[in-house]
Structure formats: C-alpha cells, structure tokens
Design a protein around this ligand. Structure first.
Ligand SMILES: *Cc1c(COP(=O)(O)O)cnc(C)c1O
Length: 391
C-alpha cells in the first residue's frame, strides 16, 4: 500500500493550489509542524508539562493537535474557555492564567471545570474567597526582563518581596495556593532570566512551605521560548540547557509546568498574500498586497517581529522593491529596500514564521478581510487532509 502522502504546505505548487481553492490572503497552518515543535520542546524540557498558551494563535486545529499529542492548555479569557469547551476538551487539561479577571471570567472558567487560576495582588486573591472550595491559585511573580523583545513583567506580577505577604492574604481567606508562576518575557535571547526567576521562585516556595502558607508544589515557568525570524536564535535544546540544570536542582515534589505560545505555532504557519497592483515610484517598484500591517503583518507593530518575506516566483533579474499592505494608510508598509524579481498582479508573496501573534492581532481596517486559516496535516498520517477552519 502506498504510504500516506503529507502535504508539505510550503511547496510552491501546494501553496498555489490552496490559494486557488481558498482565495487570498491565507495563513497556511501545518499541524505536523505543531507536533514537531511540541516534541522538540518536550525533549528540551523533559518532565515539564507543556500548556500551550492560546493567545498567539487561538485556532481549533492547533488546540486539537496539542491535546491529541498529550499536551495541555493555558487559557486567559472567556473566549478561549468557550473555544476549548466547544471542542469537547477536558477542563483538567487547562489552567487559567490571566492575572486580572472579571467575576464573569472566573465564573465561566469554573463552570467549564478549570480549577487552577493565577493572581498577582490582594484584590484578585479576594475574588477567590467565595470560590475557595473550587479553585486554587498560582501567584504570579514579576521579574523584569529588559532584554526580552516583549517584557511581560511590567504589566503583571507581584514583586518577589511581596509574594509571602500575598500568600498570607490567601491563607487568611482559606484560598489554596498551589505555587508560583512567572513569565520571563517573550522571544528572550537566552534562558538567563528564566533561570534567575526559577531559582528565586524555588526559594520563595520553600519559605512559604516553612510558614505553612499552602502546598506550594507547582512552579509555572511561563513561555518566552524563541524562534527564528529574520535573525536566527539558539536552538531550543541549547536554549533550555541552563534551565534543565536548574530544574534538576528543584525538590522532587515540585511539579513544573510551562506555557509556551510562540514556540509551538510561530514556525508552523506561513502567510500568503497576493499582489493587487503595482507602481513605480522614485526608482522602486511598489507592490500592493492584499495583506499588511493591519492584517497578518500586525505582529511587525505589536510583536516587534520581522518576518522573512519572499515571492513565490523566482527570477534572475532583481530590482529594488517595496512591499506595501492594502489599506489607504501610509504606515501600512511591510518591507522596503528588498531586491525582488519583477512581479505582477496575482503573484504570491510568502511570509515565514507567521503563526504567532500575526493573524491573532489582525484587524479588518478599511474592510480588508483577515487571512483565511487553512490547516493542513490535521491528523498524523492521514495523507494530507485540508481543513479550512476559519477562526
Ligand atoms: C502570552 C503569554 C504566554 C505565551 O508566551 P510566548 O512568549 O508566546 O511563549 C504564556 N503565558 C502567559 C501568561 C502569556 O500572557
């Protein structure tokens, strides 16, 4: 029998076929690559339970793939709770990690069956007094990370000096504290911050246990694991080596979890946009695409990312070119000073590593529709099922 043939979504012929079938712009999501990323991170962090943070790409195909691979989920909003509930996923696989929640957000998550929540201040801990029989907390600790592309400890987290006092507030209310969490910043260049935060948390957890402030048997080391964009980063095994060493020094009873987002989905999708029209301006070819900074390329603004972009068409001749988005706004320019072969209307432009924080933050400004997500390789070994689920 012939072996099932995987669709390699990054083959030019397949990309063209998918555009013919589903239109443009597209985000082609390769679920096989999601599996590979999950396995690579597992290998780099053995014994760490990986909760995929839905925020970078809250797509059903990603969520299903992660769960089918035995992974867990990190939810932060009622919308994410609804998505996971709709897919029939067990709430036991989920934690809720938004440090600031409305009563309805807590109620929705509890009703679904989530039991572990995050808090980082006394007001938020008090919101759980009435749910103390149903919910337990991780206290989020802040460790500033000025080196990270996105410092996630400015807006959220309790100072390390305040953690024991916060744990006392919880203990006083009878709210169970399971442990601590942190987020060392996204796309961090190395694991130095993770290791510092991990060691500081381990000391705080030991102090809290001595004071009998809770079980403190869980440590959540957050996300932040970096991927290649236009600049290559450390391979994940090397990135995690100092973390593995620090994890090995933790007491055996501590269960460690992580919340990777970008690492799982970033490399798993490419953006495909079409040239709508072109013009020659001041010696440069300007190509106007049907996706741009208000769409899938929004990550260039919000996430400070630069995606490797290239035309699907090859050509020996290369001319100075600009790739612009479709809207009437002048900031909507994707890349300038590129050397590209001459393109014409209908030609396709590929953006790589576009799974994370791209379409998730896209708008429909000027009524240009967001990219359609086409998930391929949705089941391992099924011969390349295409599943055009829209968000
Ligand atoms: C955004 C976020 C993540 C995912 O971070 P990555 O850097 O994409 O891995 C994980 N946890 C929390 C609480 C987040 O806000």
């Amino acid at each position: 029998m012939a072996r099932p043939r995987f669709i390699d979504p990054f083959q030019p012929a397949e990309v063209r076929r998918l555009v013919r079938e589903f239109g443009s712009p597209l985000l082609i999501l390769d679920c096989e690559r999601v599996r590979v990323q999950l396995r690579k991170l597992r290998k780099a962090l053995p014994h760490v339970d990986l909760h995929y943070a839905l925020k970078p790409l809250p797509h059903p195909a990603v969520v299903r793939t992660v769960v089918e691979e035995g992974g867990y989920l990190d939810l932060a909003t009622s919308g994410e709770v609804q998505l996971v509930e709709r897919l029939g996923i067990s709430p036991e696989r989920c934690i809720h990690t938004h440090p600031i929640k409305r009563p309805a957000d807590i109620a929705n998550a509890l009703e679904f069956g989530v039991r572990t929540f995050v808090a980082d201040n006394p007001d938020e801990v008090r919101k759980f007094a009435r749910h103390r029989d149903a919910a337990q907390l991780l206290l989020r600790v802040s460790f500033r990370s000025p080196g990270a592309v996105c410092d996630l400890s400015r807006k959220f987290g309790c100072d390390p000096e305040g953690v024991l006092e916060l744990a006392r507030v919880a203990a006083g209310l009878g709210v169970g504290v399971r442990g601590l969490s942190f987020h060392a910043g996204s796309q961090t260049p190395d694991a130095t911050k993770h290791v510092e935060a991990l060691e500081a948390c381990a000391a705080l957890m030991a102090a809290a246990r001595r004071e009998k402030l809770g079980v403190f048997d869980t440590l959540d080391i957050g996300g932040g694991f970096p991927i290649d964009y236009t600049q290559p980063v450390q391979d994940i095994g090397r990135f995690c080596a100092p973390l593995r060493a620090a994890l090995a020094r933790l007491p055996k009873r501590v269960r460690v979890i992580a919340e990777p987002g970008r690492y799982i989905v970033g490399p798993a999708a490419i953006g495909v946009a079409s040239v709508m029209g072109r013009a020659q301006r001041e010696g440069h070819w300007w190509y106007y695409l049907d996706d741009g900074l208000y769409g899938s390329y929004s990550g260039q603004l919000y996430d400070h990312a630069r995606y490797p972009v290239e035309p699907l068409r090859d050509g020996a001749e290369r001319l100075p070119s600009v790739l612009a988005g479709p809207t009437c706004d002048s900031i909507d320019v994707i890349a300038e000073n590129l050397m590209l072969p001459p393109l014409k209307a209908g030609d396709l432009i590929i953006g790589r590593a576009m799974g994370a924080y791209t379409r998730a933050s896209a708008t429909e400004f000027n009524f240009f529709p967001r990219a359609t997500v086409v998930a391929v390789n949705t089941r391992p070994g099924d011969g390349g099922a295409v599943d055009p689920l829209a968000l």
